[in-house]
Every structure is written in structure tokens, then in C-alpha cells.
Design a protein around this ligand. Structure first.
Ligand code: HEC
Ligand code: HEC
Length: 214
């Protein structure tokens, strides 16, 4: 399947390294340095994605708790030109975007940072939503989207970006990007996505914003 195959071999190794909180005292020798590198790299991401991957800016996605495979695949989409990136100005006045960020990461830094975020906790953003619309969205999602975006977009085990409780402004922008072709999607997702009316897309966004709490 699209982009997933090449990672499958060593993702199991990463799960062993990063899937569990570090036990004090008995971790393998490699873990502290990976954890430390992960923190250092993540401190650069934090300028936009917030401390611990909880974004304070509704235009920028939270990434805490994304699985390692999910974050790696998302970084790849930028490198491969499958997704246009928006430039963001940093506090020091310089600008950068996700293509530059992804291209600047060495393999070692990337491993460390994806492990770092997989070990953080996803926290849905509390946002106002229309419960009735969210319920409609849940039905459509169960039929068309849940087989990949498990449990209404909540389950990191899907190895996809968590969408349940993501910022509304960001989600609306990404649906627009898909619609306008600024962001590619796999043929299998397109098959389902292209059957959605504009109203159904709004309902699914409402489901995501509700984080399943409708
Ligand atoms: C200058 C700001 C900025 C920095 C620094 C930055 N990001 Fe991003 N990131 C964004 C923005 C904005 C988006 C979403 C919009 C877009 O694609 O341009 C994004 C999207 C992402 C996504 C996709 C999320 C999703 O739900 O699809 C991932 C994963 C990600 N960033 C990881 C990282 C990592 C890891 C780092 C640090 C190595 C990092 N980012 C540094 C601004 C930034
Ligand atoms: C065959 C599996 C599959 C199906 C079915 C599927 N998706 Fe996806 N979806 C993906 C993949 C893979 C990505 C990551 C794409 C990328 O890396 O840019 C994704 C990404 C997304 C994102 C971007 C989230 C973010 O934070 O970046 C949204 C929104 C989304 N899908 C919505 C939907 C909706 C709505 C449906 C149902 C109509 C759907 N998807 C059906 C596989 C699927």
C-alpha cells in the first residue's frame, strides 16, 4: 500500500525502542541518547507545534501522540512534494515551513523525534461544536473513513494523523487543501473522499472537532 510498505520492516524495532515509557534504571544503553536527541530536535518543532506537541495556534496541528509511523510518513509527504507547506514566521523574524524542516532532519534526528512524539500524550482541544452535526458525521465516518482512521480518528494505532480533537481551523484548511489538490491523498482514500458532499465534509469536521464527545 501507498508508502507504507517500505517502513514495515524496521517499524517493529522502533516500537520496541519507543513504545513504552522508559523504566528508570534498566533501559538499554541506546535509549537515553535517543531520548535526549528527541528532546533537542523537538525543541525546534515546539516553536510552532507547542511544548510537548500541543499546539497553541489553531492554524498549526498538534502532533503529540502520533505514532512513529504516522509522523515519519507525514514528514515524507513534505519531502516528496505531496503536500504544499505554509511558511510560518518564528519569533526571531525568520520564516520556515515543513518542507524545509523535513529536509533538514538527519535520519538519526528523525528517528529520535518521531519516538519523542509517539511517547507524548494526545490531548484533544476543547472546542465548541454542533452535537447533532457531529452525530451525522460519525455515521458517515463509520461507513467511509473508519477502516483507515480508526475510532473516529482517535486511535494512534491507525498509524495516521490523529484527527479527533485536532484544531478546527487546521482541519478546515486541510479539507480545502485536499479539495484544491494542494495535498495529495492515496487512491484508496480518494475513492471514499470524492463521494462526500460539501455538507458531509462539514459533518465529518464536526465529528473530529467533537473528539467523539457528541
Ligand atoms: C515554522 C513552523 C513549524 C516548525 C518549526 C515545525 N512545523 Fe510541523 N507543521 C507546521 C505547519 C504550519 C503544519 C501544517 C500546515 C502545513 O502543512 O504547512 C505542520 C505540519 C506538521 C505535521 C503534519 C501533521 C498532520 O496532522 O498532518 C507533522 C507530522 C509535523 N508538522 C511535524 C513537525 C516536526 C517533527 C517538527 C520539528 C522537527 C516540525 N513539524 C516543525 C509548522 C511547523
Ligand atoms: C485507505 C485508507 C484511508 C481512507 C479510507 C481514508 N483515509 Fe484519510 N488519510 C489516509 C492517509 C494514508 C492519510 C495521510 C496522508 C498524508 O500523509 O498526507 C490520511 C489523511 C487524512 C487527513 C489529514 C489529517 C491531518 O491531520 O493531516 C484527513 C482530514 C483525512 N485523511 C480524512 C479522511 C476522510 C474524511 C475519509 C473518509 C471519507 C478518509 N480520510 C478516508 C488514509 C485513508
Amino acid at each position: 500500500m501507498w508508502r507504507f510498505g517500505q517502513r514495515a520492516g524496521w517499524s517493529a524495532v522502533l516500537v520496541l525502542l519507543g513504545g513504552f515509557p522508559l523504566a528508570q534504571g534498566d533501559e538499554p544503553a541506546t535509549e537515553p541518547s535517543i531520548a535526549k536527541t528527541g528532546e533537542q530536535v523537538a525543541s525546534r518543532c515546539a516553536e510552532c507545534h507547542g511544548e510537548d506537541g500541543q499546539s497553541r495556534n489553531s492554524d498549526i496541528p498538534s502532533i503529540a501522540g502520533f505514532s512513529m509511523l504516522a509522523t515519519m510518513d507525514l514528514l515524507d509527504t513534505y519531502r516528496m512534494g505531496l503536500r504544499a507547506a505554509r511558511a510560518v514566521e518564528l519569533p526571531d523574524g525568520t520564516k520556515t515551513d515543513m518542507v524545509e524542516v523535513a529536509e533538514s532532519l538527519s535520519d538519526a534526528d528523525e528517528w529520535a523525534v518521531v519516538i519523542h512524539y509517539a511517547n507524548q500524550q494526545w490531548q484533544p482541544h476543547e472546542q465548541a461544536f454542533d452535537a447533532e452535526l457531529a452525530r451525522q458525521g460519525a455515521e458517515i465516518h463509520a461507513e467511509k473513513c473508519d477502516r483507515c482512521h480508526y475510532d473516529g480518528g482517535r486511535d494512534p494505532e491507525s498509524d495516521l494523523p490523529i484527527t479527533a480533537g485536532q484544531w478546527r481551523d487546521y482541519l478546515v484548511a486541510e479539507f480545502d487543501n485536499f479539495d484544491a489538490g494542494r495535498r495529495a491523498m492515496s487512491d484508496k482514500m480518494r475513492e471514499k473522499y470524492d463521494t462526500l458532499s460539501a455538507a458531509e465534509k462539514r459533518a465529518i469536521i464536526e465529528l473530529y472537532v467533537s473528539a467523539g464527545e457528541y
